[in-house]
Design a binder for this molecule. Structure first.
Ligand code: FE
Length: 198
């Protein structure tokens, strides 16, 4: 914890967070180095690529996909993906009939070991309320036009369940191997605000 001067242009939330961390550290309740290490790990070491590897394997290996759908936490554990915010992973599969999209209406619950830390838009109150109220319109504004005949299901992540979208495998990818498939899969597609393009 460095004693930074606080310039006036810093976000109030950043200043509050820093103050809280300082107090908790002073009282010996947390270890500042530990917090920095944790953040560093999820910002720099874990990113959406973990999730993309899981999606690619599910597309390529039907038996893995079956395990993934029945117990997401155990199946991603086969890759060694586990840890904070990785408990109770529930995978929801996009199909020709249904498009799935994930939100945390309460805060920003997110499957860290698969996707890293959530992007700012995921934490934005506008996203969190509008995706529930008018998902089709919001997704359209985010660049995803869901076909009118397709249902949209919105999943509210929490400490109980952290949802993860298994996107549809795009046509024309039959000859790709897992690594090539994984390279197509974006963070946005695994939250359900985009689809995977070949
Ligand atoms: Fe949350």
């Amino acid at each position: 914890m460095t004693a930074n001067p606080l310039p006036e242009n810093r976000a109030p939330a950043a200043i509050r967070t820093e103050a809280l961390e300082a107090i908790l550290t002073e009282k010996g309740l947390v270890n500042a180095g530990g917090i920095d290490g944790l953040i560093n790990r999820f910002v720099n070491d874990v990113g959406p690529m973990n999730g993309a590897r899981v999606v690619a394997k599910a597309w390529a290996d039907p038996e893995f996909k079956e395990r993934l759908m029945s117990d997401g936490t155990a199946a991603v554990g086969e890759f060694g993906f586990s840890g904070p915010q990785g408990e109770h992973i529930v995978v929801v599969e996009n199909s020709d009939d249904t498009h799935n999209v994930v939100v945390c209406t309460l805060c920003s619950c997110y499957p860290w070991p698969l996707l890293g830390l959530p992007p700012n838009w995921y934490k934005d109150p506008a996203y969190r309320s509008r995706v529930v109220r008018e998902p089709r319109k919001l997704l359209g504004e985010m660049g995803l036009d869901v076909a009118p005949e397709k249902d949209i299901t919105v999943w509210d992540s929490s400490a109980e369940n952290r949802y993860f979208v298994l996107p549809q495998r795009p046509a024309g990818t039959e000859d790709l191997d897992e690594e090539q498939l994984a390279a197509l899969v974006t963070r946005e597609a695994m939250v359900g605000v985009a689809v995977v393009q070949a």
